[in-house]
Design a protein around this ligand. Structure first.
Ligand code: G3P
Ligand code: CA
Length: 317
């Protein structure tokens, strides 16, 4: 009797999954092909960035990918956090007042995962160029937590099953050179997790992005047969995302070098508006995923210029 019940239960579950279309009902198209919508730090326009709540809401908006920025804890866990510091997004100064470095900052890498989990996450308090949302989720009174990369993956995959979708992941390793100087091998930590969830397999819905070309080139050297698409992010030099010259990277010669290891470039939006960067990238076989779209009016201009993907805080718009 039990066997029949179990088999009929499976039949119901499979049929209900098949029933839901895995097509995104709201595709952004530009005639030729679709433009990828990448949920920037989850649905960070509506909820504190990089929380599981932000990921869940983003998933409900049916983007193509959801982005986690990743840093490393003292005990080698990849956690979903934009900064290498903790004070901008968590109440670390309250919980661990004495654990700051001589520069007055609290570094995620100085804390175990167990300690990180004692913190509560709030809206970003201040950051260069980032939007700061005020008084939506009162600072330090929230129950939001810092997720691990594994918790993020399991939530996205669980929702893909329950909602019948195939939403992908788009991890960014933050400050690989800093992590290396602190004795962390971010490429191994990243790949070990991706293998655990089979994202290293052919045609997995994943991009790996980074500002640091050395990280991406090293990844390519270590995993020459990997089919994972790499994305070279392009910053303004003033942000000091890496020791590399991003102005040189945007020239035809620079793009030609990037095309040797990357599938796409991920430039800051102003660069594609004031330069022929998209055309030049396309002529080097590179796709272009721009960041960060927060003003819907800008979208048509980007589509006109031939953008292939957008990082946005508002994946529903
Ligand atoms: O990863 C694309 C975009 O998010 C890069 O800027 O500072 O938001 O990680 P940031
Ligand atoms: Ca990012």
């Amino acid at each position: 009797m039990k066997k029949i019940f179990f088999l009929s239960l499976c039949a119901v579950i499979t049929s209900s999954c098949i029933h839901f279309s895995t097509q995104n009902p709201k595709r952004l198209t530009k005639g030729r092909e679709d433009i990828l919508v990448i949920a920037h730090r989850g649905a960070s326009g509506y909820l504190p960035e990089h929380t599981l709540e932000s990921v869940a809401l983003a998933h409900g908006f049916d983007p193509d990918y959801i982005e986690p920025d990743l840093v490393v804890t003292r005990d080698d866990h990849l956690i979903v956090l934009h900064d290498i510091h903790l004070e901008n997004n968590t109440n670390v100064e309250e919980v661990f007042p004495k654990r700051k470095r001589s520069d007055g900052r609290w570094y995620a890498i100085d804390f175990s995962l167990k300690e990180i989990k004692k913190l509560s996450v709030h809206e970003r308090a201040s950051q260069k160029g980032d939007v700061v949302f005020k008084n939506r989720f009162p600072l330090n009174k929230s129950s939001f937590k810092v997720p691990t990369f594994e918790e993020y993956i399991e939530l996205v995959e669980g929702l893909n099953i329950s909602r019948g979708r195939e939403i992908g992941i788009y991890p960014e390793i933050k400050a690989p050179a800093f992590h290396k100087s602190e004795g962390k091998d971010t490429i191994s930590l990243l790949m070990n997790t991706l293998k655990k969830y089979n994202y290293h397999k052919e045609n997995s819905r994943i991009f790996i992005q980074c500002f640091d070309p050395d990280f991406l080139k090293e990844f390519k050297r270590r995993y020459p047969s990997s089919s994972i698409k790499l994305v070279q992010l392009i910053a303004d030099n003033s942000w000091k995302e890496s020791p590399h010259d991003y102005d040189a990277m945007r020239t035809k010669e620079g793009l030609s070098k990037v095309s040797e290891y990357a599938y796409a470039i991920g430039p800051w939006i102003p660069f594609v508006l004031k330069e022929d960067l998209i055309k030049d990238a396309h002529s080097h076989g590179l796709k272009v995923h721009v960041f960060t779209l927060r003003d819907k009016k800008r979208l048509s201009e980007l589509i006109e210029r031939g953008v292939d993907g957008v990082f946005t805080d508002f994946p529903d718009l």
